[in-house]
Design a binder for this molecule. Sequence first.
Ligand code: FE2
Length: 232
Amino acid sequence: MESTNPNRRQVLKTGALAIAAGMAIPSVIPQDTKASAPAGGPYTARDYSGLVGMLGFDEPLLRTHFTLYEGYVKNTNALIAELGEMSKASKSGSVAAAELRRRFGWEFNGMRLHELYFENLGGKDALAADSPLGKAIIRDFGSYAAWETDFKNTGKARGIGWAALVMDGWSGRLFNTWIAEHDGGHLAACPIILIMDVFEHAFIAQYGLKRADYIEAFMKNVNWAAAVKRHG
Ligand SMILES: [Fe+2]
């Protein structure tokens, strides 16, 4: 795939901010604002259409992905309402309610993981080596290059799910981890710093079975500002 982006690893080594040339700059993208989740109210789907134009992501692929995400928001709200009704009807102990609760983790995470994913895309700057996140990556993985290789390989695992860079909230240690589907393998109390969707719907319409090519495109569009903000 053709790219005009600079070599980010080299940029990181120099400790300088890089400008990824030739990339469309998306319009305003929500940055984990939490604005779509008013307490007590239904969730609303966020608008990520500003991502259209990213190098390596065809518009039909993105539009389909946005629609799929909106389905998770809709189903999350529906499950909240249904479980609420069952509770009011004194049916919260039923087998049906238990199954819906299992399902809730899948739908809610399907919503939230997509929000984290879209909001860590659309970037134009490389990660600064002297940022707290840049320093933590070098500390825990040895180098940015080593981390990137490990992250890409995490995303190449056979199966459907997510590759995520997470931080142990208790120790600050970073891990690249695999999340099976939406709800399997999450590390407790470990906020997500960067996440990459590797469900087939994220790439197959454009890349076929060439997941590695999609992963390369993802890496060229990482919004490191969002990741740095999450890391704190
Ligand atoms: Fe997805």
